[in-house]
Design a protein around this ligand. Structure first.
Ligand code: SME
Length: 158
């Protein structure tokens, strides 16, 4: 199972902290850079994006910055798909084989595994980081803990 080394994890988290603290860049550009970094650094990450809670809608996510193929799922109600379920539980959702999930919104036939990590600002769910992989059973505990740390850092942007 492919995973990440400790130096690689440290490098990614350091870089995310730099992006978060960069005073030159705006919110959207920072989220975009974080998507690009994760997609470039981790071979099995094929689509990386953010869904944000839409403050003008009733329990709905709206697609934010992302890297990868365009998706039809630009708005997702809470409860729908892996993303919508994460919005309800506020817990990381790891799916090693999307074909085993009933409540799943397909973006591309190539996607086999998915992880969604909530972003919480002072305990309140504000967004989520969604990552798709074309490789089944590819998501490890190292990926999960690294992404949860990343989401803790970037929560400061909200
Ligand atoms: N698969 C997600 C939808 C978003 S796409 O992966 C970009 C879901 O089931 O919620």
């Amino acid at each position: 199972m492919s995973s990440i080394t400790i130096p690689q994890k440290r490098k990614i988290l350091d870089r995310i902290n730099q992006i978060v603290e960069d005073s030159e860049q705006g919110f959207e550009d920072k989220l975009q850079d974080i998507c690009e970094l994760l997609e470039e650094e981790i071979e099995i990450f094929d689509w990386v994006g953010f869904y944000l809670v839409d403050p003008r809608a009733d329990r709905e996510l709206v697609l934010g910055p992302y890297v990868g193929e365009p998706t039809d799922h630009t708005r997702i109600p809470f409860g729908k798909g892996i993303c919508g379920q994460t919005a309800e539980t506020n817990e990381t959702f790891v799916v090693q084989d999307v074909n085993q999930e009933d409540n799943y919104l397909a973006c591309s036939i190539h996607v086999k595994a998915e992880i969604v990590v909530p972003v919480k600002k002072e305990g309140e769910f504000v967004a989520e980081l969604d990552i798709d992989s074309h490789t089944k059973d590819s998501l490890t505990d190292e990926h999960r803990t690294m992404l949860e740390k990343a989401c803790e850092s970037l929560a400061n942007l909200f």
